[in-house]
Design a protein around this ligand. Structure first.
Ligand code: HEC
Length: 247
């Protein structure tokens, strides 16, 4: 019985992973922790360093992020704001849509709420599954987001890898390419575990950004539960009291 339940649960979880991704390659879950402030701070730093140049966050302001992530104005301005932006400014960049299209073939989208659209598992896998592909204009391709026009901007950290595929012919005579594994061409500055941790923090920051209220809701949760418990207890006392004389 227990085994059956576990199996069904596992199938359901797998099915939701696959359907959330719309068939995209999701090798492993992101396992982010929105409650970890240090993870969010590290993720924000990576975002400012490696992503903001191309991807604005129109609906975020530096001061709001600092407040939510427990950073002082000085800490924010000194280590996270790399442009001449002011503390109360929106997190934008100077690239126009036209320039983006001209340079990359596609304008890099705003990422404020990308975690809502794609989900954390997709984002995590997107950032860890780049590989070199000389047939693409940028020289890079991606298992999770095939033929994306974004280059692998974190390649110095992750290193350079190529992907190996095997071709199978099915009963109808159609060829299918199956991914069989990555091969390292050049080591990066981080080892695999360090790189994945860094991406996890980055994705955690994107998740926070898509819904900053998550942090507040989290801190209310224990109080709501306590309230419900106290209220239930009071209701029970009342019931005992009302029905005392009813037989
Ligand atoms: C050099 C410019 C550049 C930088 C830097 C860059 N990107 Fe991108 N990114 C792009 C472009 C161009 C696209 C559009 C790709 C497409 O749709 O084919 C894109 C697409 C994306 C998407 C997919 C959006 C969608 O369509 O769902 C995500 C997510 C993303 N980038 C995340 C990041 C993150 C995180 C960083 C920082 C580590 C980053 N990008 C840095 C250029 C950039």
């Amino acid at each position: 019985m227990m085994k059956k339940v576990t199996l069904t649960l596992a199938c359901l979880m797998f099915a939701s992973l696959v359907s959330a991704a719309g068939g995209a390659y999701i090798g492993e879950p992101a396992n982010t922790n929105i409650k970890s402030q240090s993870s969010l701070q590290k993720g924000a730093k990576t975002y400012m360093n490696y992503c903001l140049g191309c991807h604005s966050m129109e609906f975020q302001r530096y001061n709001r992020v600092a407040e939510d992530l427990g950073l002082t104005e000085d800490e924010m301005m000194e280590s996270l704001v790399l442009t001449d932006a002011k503390f109360a400014d929106k997190m934008t960049h100077t690239m126009t849509r036209e320039q983006g299209e001209q340079w990359f073939g596609k304008a890099p989208p705003d990422l404020t709420v990308i975690a809502k659209a794609r989900g954390v598992d997709w984002l995590y896998n997107y950032m860890i599954n780049f590989y070199v592909d000389s047939s693409r204009p940028s020289g890079w391709n991606n298992l999770t987001f095939p033929n994306a026009s974004m280059p692998h901007v974190l390649w110095e950290l992750q290193g350079i890898r190529k992907a190996n595929f095997e071709t199978h012919t099915d009963d109808q005579g159609e060829d299918h390419k199956e991914f069989v594994g990555f091969e390292t061409i050049e080591e990066g500055q981080l080892n695999e575990e360090e790189y994945k941790d860094m991406v996890r923090d980055l994705v955690n920051f994107l998740d926070y950004s898509a819904e900053p209220a998550q942090l507040i809701r989290m801190s209310y949760a224990p109080w709501v539960l306590l309230f419900v418990a106290v209220f239930t207890f009071l209701a029970y006392l009342l019931k005992v009291n009302y029905f005392r004389d009813v037989h």
